[in-house]
Design a protein around this ligand. Sequence first.
Ligand SMILES: NC(=O)c1ccc[n+]([C@@H]2O[C@H](COP(=O)([O-])OP(=O)(O)OC[C@H]3O[C@@H](n4cnc5c(N)ncnc54)[C@H](O)[C@@H]3O)[C@@H](O)[C@H]2O)c1
Length: 303
Amino acid sequence: MSERILVTGGAGFIGSFVCEELLKTGKEVVALDDLSVGKREYVPKGAEFAEGSIMDKILLDKLVSSCDKIYHLAVVALPISLKNPVAAHDVNATGTVNLLEAARKYGKGFVYVSSSEVYGNAKEENMKETHQLEPRTPYAASKLAGEVYALSYCRTFGLPVVVVRPFNSFGPHHREDSYSCVVTRFIKNVQQNKPIVIFGDGEQSRDYTYVKDTARGIVICGENAKLGDVVNIGYGKDITINEIARIIKSSIGVEAKITYANERPGDVRRLCADTSKARKLGFEPAYSFSTGLEEYLEWLKRY
Ligand SMILES: NC(=O)c1ccc[n+]([C@@H]2O[C@H](COP(=O)([O-])OP(=O)(O)OC[C@H]3O[C@@H](n4cnc5c(N)ncnc54)[C@H](O)[C@@H]3O)[C@@H](O)[C@H]2O)c1
């Protein structure tokens, strides 16, 4: 019988691709999402859908008891955490404990999808999993709280836990509102003949990974990582925001104006993953920034 996997945040950006990846490997998939951000149509065909919240303990009991393993991605995002830190804490920290409790009750495997944001500013060229943890935003703090709780359940109760720390991702299903990432925002601005707005000097850099690679990496870690381990998932090279703007303008073929605004609070200067641990587990990104962007632009045309 195939394994049955619960994916929280399964109608969201990365979660929907994690569902797709798990289906490809022959798993049964149940996507749980409250649709506060995610969209029903992003849940791939072949996956079951449960609409509801990770704050609903009765629902969690029912869903967790009937699955073999949990991939936990449901989240309140960084920009919301700046306006409403308590909402971020409730879902990202307390919601994670709710799920861990259900997992402990039924003895289920738990893959916690954390974030590179837990590192804060880079102190090393490429950030290893052992890099100092210095969250700069309430979002990052709540993600780290989830990690620490998950690992404590592994140490204290022997719960089979793996923690994955993805770096920035881009691609289809990304939200297109004011909370979207730079890649999605820049594409939208260029297509609408609006200027590209860069916060700060644009020389801040990120490790941008195409979402299908991120999702595949999460599943590889969920399948192969040692219990209690923490693994980065990223492309392994960083790219500056100025460079992203340049590539997007040339891929779309529009000469958009670039304007610079004040740096945002808590913005990290440089983030780049050391992915050697993930590579040892069999992860290799299949998309460069440019090939991922090409596929993303095709998807945007169709969607
Ligand atoms: N997007 C990135 O670049 C990135 C980078 C690093 C880590 N991550 C992590 O990956 C995970 C997924 O992020 P994403 O970018 O796909 O975010 P997303 O906002 O697209 O997806 C999160 C999903 O969770 C759902 N959700 C929110 N609150 C919920 C609740 N109480 N109960 C059930 N569902 C709820 C939302 O509707 C949404 O579909 C998160 O844990 C995030 O911290 C994302």
